[in-house]
Design a protein around this ligand. Sequence first.
Ligand code: DGL
Length: 274
Amino acid sequence: MKSNQPIGIFDSGIGGLTVTRAVKNRLPNESIIYFGDTAHLPYGDKSTAAIQAYSVRIAEMLLQHECKVILIACNSASSAAYELVTEYVGKKARVFDVINPTVDFIRENHANSKIGLIGTKQTVSSKVYEDKITDLGQNIEFSSLATPLLVPMIEEGMYDDEICQNILKRYLNDTRLEDIKSLILGCTHYPIIKDEIGKFYEHERYEVEIIDSAEIVAAALKSFLAFHQLSNKNHSSEDKFFVSDFTKSFETTTKTFFGEEVNLQQIPIWDELS
Ligand code: DGL
């Protein structure tokens, strides 16, 4: 692995741009190859086997682009395919997911507490967060809730209004999330509504720390690159943003997740399989 190789980041769609933005903020010299599998989204409702097959093919494509790191930005793909992708990639690149760095953060900061998680159906039903946090053996009570309405709500731009607060009220008042001390945002889209979630708890006069896995993985990636002398010293090439199915609407929505609109390019990575 060489420092001037790009970082590959993939997601089921464009939500992974929240993670990409966090990475770019901390590592502005790194070149990014982003891939959003818009032809197959949402991953949150797919089977584990399907997500594994997609993820391995995407990792192969990112290896062809000589990425030094492959970052699985999608929580659903992290929960379904991290081990498989790591095995597939071997020593050719370092694979990161969004779950393991978050569990490390919890080990360091949240022993003896009650932690909640919100995410897609796939992420919650996989129990990956739950198992890893339980394995820490740190007297942590953990509970999780699938919150599938949040992804389409955010994609439709309905996060700054009453609809959002009503949906949040319904989900966050669920008894499973009662008395939590912190809440993991276990989905690429949720950093967009971090303030609204904060407002909900403020209104309820209830103090909950919000754990943003996008920021945590970006910090972990920065430490990894520095430790292994793999940080790019000079910004060498442009970032590329690929999708498996292009629509103008996806391109417009990139602004929500990345802070500025980016040009999406369609690449036909599934053609070879069909
Ligand atoms: N990227 C997915 C995740 O973080 C959310 C959207 C989807 O279901 O595809 O779980």
